[in-house]
Design a protein around this ligand. Structure first.
Ligand SMILES: [Zn+2]
Length: 256
């Protein structure tokens, strides 16, 4: 018996009772293992702690970009967002923010919200409480050194978390943010397929009467310089559509 989840920045993660020992104690039943995997990995799960996903206005959408800052891609994205007078949320990796503080300042100066996506992008559900705290603290420090203002929002890499993640976030004054729409753009699938994934997610969010928290990537956990041209093109197409259908873009703090 096994279960799977679509994990951002990875492939499908198959979880079997034996493989999920890292999630918790040994000797779990299949049902308990599935519940723990859901709590740790499902973006919508609230079992290990409350996460911010979206507000109750189906006409609102938050464009969120993870794994930057990423040089030319982030700059191109800033131009695209500015052309449509749209605000977005950037969950940056601390070690990149440390290398590109000017770009972090440019994002903020353009009116966007910047959040914490850890220092080195590990799977937090697998880490010790001390490592989790240090990953969040160091990324906060990198952003605060660049901006001179506190960080309030945090998105766990791959969406993975466990109770120690929420404890560390709370100690650092961070609200944990997930998503409810995925572009699957960590894979090289091209603009059309990114948009069709987003369309499905938008339809689902609207049918539930909630805003859309759209997960996209301007960078990569594997290093600076990743090509995210398709993400920028998808953003431009979405913003044209939002202008036509009356969807308002917001940053996630509108829901926090
Ligand atoms: Zn990430």
């Amino acid at each position: 018996m096994s279960f799977f989840f679509v994990i951002p920045e990875g492939n499908l993660l198959f979880v079997t009772p034996t493989e999920s020992l890292a999630l918790a104690a040994a000797s779990l039943s299949a049902t308990a293992a599935a519940t723990l995997a859901y709590a740790a990995l499902s973006p919508g799960s609230q079992l290990f702690g409350r996460t911010l996903i979206a507000g109750g206005d189906a006409n609102e959408a938050a464009l969120t970009y993870d794994d930057g800052p990423n040089d030319a891609v982030t700059e191109s994205l800033l131009d695209t967002l500015a052309a449509h007078n749209a605000r977005a949320t950037f969950f940056v990796i601390g070690r990149y923010a440390r290398q590109r503080p000017e770009l972090v300042r440019r994002i903020r100066a353009a009116g966007h919200l910047i959040g914490n996506h850890t220092e080195t992008h590990p799977w937090l559900a697998w880490q010790s409480a001390r490592t989790i705290h240090e990953e969040l603290r160091a990324c906060n420090q990198a952003i605060e050194d660049a901006l001179g203002e506190p960080v309030r929002y945090f998105r766990p890499p791959h969406g993975a978390r466990r109770p120690a993640v929420f404890r560390a976030a709370a100690e650092l004054g961070l609200t944990t943010v997930q998503w409810n729409v995925m572009g699957m753009d960590w894979q090289p699938i091209g603009t059309d397929r990114i948009l069709s994934h987003i369309d499905r997610g938008l339809t689902r969010a609207r049918s539930r009467g909630t805003g859309a928290n759209i997960l996209l990537h301007d960078g990569s956990q594997h290093g600076l310089g990743a090509d995210r041209t398709a993400t920028v093109a998808s953003t431009a197409a979405l913003l044209v559509r939002f202008a036509a259908d009356g969807t308002r873009t917001v940053t996630v703090d509108a829901w926090g």
